[in-house]
Design a protein around this ligand. Structure first.
Ligand SMILES: [Zn+2]
Length: 400
């Protein structure tokens, strides 16, 4: 059952459907694909404007610089804007909620997939970041706006990350510091699973690079004097990929690869970048040990050198997470919605926030699919439904 106040919240949000779709179209048209700093700044500006109107004060924290080997690899990005948090805290409140979302998308800022296209019947739309996660950012902000206009006092802060899709290397420390500031609940607005499920458990994730050195030589004249770094890298990548053991919760992926730029020279340097995902600490230990064991022949050629960084700790379903998930489910049921629980191999900023000791649920955003592809889509009715869910959940957390 909804209380009278909750019913008012829900009715007010239902009337905003068209306005939310218009906002989403505006936000999706901002090309905040990876590394495109001016669009990231523009998106941040749009969010700050809305949050400041609600009484929040923005604070920026300069992020860390990701290690060179990582910046040169697939997660390469121009230095993103600083970590941003907009705080609207009420010191006497018993609960303090940290909301979090990211403004970056995986899409090519100069690509043709660049705006929100709504289906004929108006129920769905496609567009870069419409689900992951501009739709989610909109849900979070619209919920806060609804609470404010219904006069429901909630103590909250909104953390805005600009490099989530490349691993949150830049914002990690600042986000964890923020999460450790005494909040009681963490809510992240990543897209729901396609059936609307709430993810309650996530693996940890790490990045690595394998670099091999050899000796270059002209293929025709001096082949036997050459030592191929690509050959060494091939052995090392097979070694790394062989560590994968999905049944035990360990996934290993490699790509991209790099090895000189001509076919008639024995390559003296080759590199590969990869990603590991571990559902438990034993799998993480196996991955770490196995990857570091590929280090070989320092001082001799060919040599193999491995760099490794576990940047997203696993996010287990702790009793506090379970309790928060049950509160979300109960809010959903009061709204006549279903909220099944699910698991995913994906990782997100919820991992980093929970590692700072904060119980977090992290798929409170919109329903949709095709994430990270040119078919990314959103179920437009989920804008209102998920805003209602977030608003009722926050109202209940605040009054508990
Ligand atoms: Zn995302």
């Amino acid at each position: 059952m909804l209380s009278a106040t909750e019913q008012r919240l829900v009715d007010g949000i239902a009337r905003r459907h068209d306005e939310l779709v218009r906002d989403l179209a505006t936000w999706v048209a901002v090309p905040s694909g990876r590394g495109y700093s001016s669009a990231l700044e523009e998106m941040r500006g749009l969010l700050i404007g809305r949050l400041v109107k609600l009484g929040a004060t923005p604070h920026e924290v300069q992020g860390a610089v990701a290690p060179t080997w990582l910046r040169e690899g697939p997660t390469n990005a121009a230095e993103p804007p600083p970590f941003l948090v907009c705080r609207r805290l009420r010191p006497n409140a018993k609960t303090h909620i940290l909301l979090c979302g990211h403004v970056d998308t995986v899409h090519d800022p100069a690509g043709r997939f660049n705006r929100l296209v709504i289906s004929q019947d108006g129920t769905k739309a496609t567009g870069p970041g419409c689900a992951d996660m501009k739709g989610g950012l909109l849900v979070a902000i619209a919920a806060l706006e609804a609470l404010e206009s219904a006069g429901v006092p909630v103590s909250w802060s909104f953390a805005i990350v600009s490099d989530e899709e490349t691993g949150t290397f830049h914002a990690d420390a600042a986000l964890r510091d923020e999460a450790a500031r005494g909040y009681t609940h963490g809510l992240v607005f990543e897209p729901a699973l396609p059936d609307g499920s709430l993810v309650v458990e996530r693996p940890g994730s790490g990045q690595f690079m394998i670099e091999c050195r050899g000796r270059s030589a002209h293929v025709g004249r001096d082949f036997v004097k050459g030592i191929s770094a690509v050959r060494a890298l091939a052995d090392a990548t097979i070694g790394a990929l062989s560590l994968a053991d999905p049944a035990r919760g360990l996934l290993v992926n490699i790509g991209p690869l790099e090895g000189n730029d001509a076919t008639n020279i024995v390559p003296d340097r080759a590199r590969a970048w990869g990603n590991v995902r571990c559902t438990n600490s034993a799998a993480q230990a196996t991955a770490k040990e196995g990857l570091l064991a590929l280090n070989a022949n320092h001082g001799q050629l060919p040599s193999t050198h491995v760099e490794l960084l576990f940047n997203r700790p696993s996010k287990p379903k702790t009793p506090a997470v379970e309790q928060l998930a049950m509160q979300a489910r109960s809010a959903a049921e009061s709204l006549g919605q279903q909220l099944p629980f699910g698991v995913t191999g994906g990782v997100c900023d919820g991992n980093n926030m929970q590692a700072a000791g904060l119980p977090v649920i992290d798929t409170l955003g919109v329903r949709g699919g095709g994430l990270h592809t040119l078919d990314e889509w959103i179920d437009l009715s989920s804008l209102v439904q998920r805003t209602q869910l977030a608003a009722v959940l926050m109202a209940r957390l605040a009054s508990a």
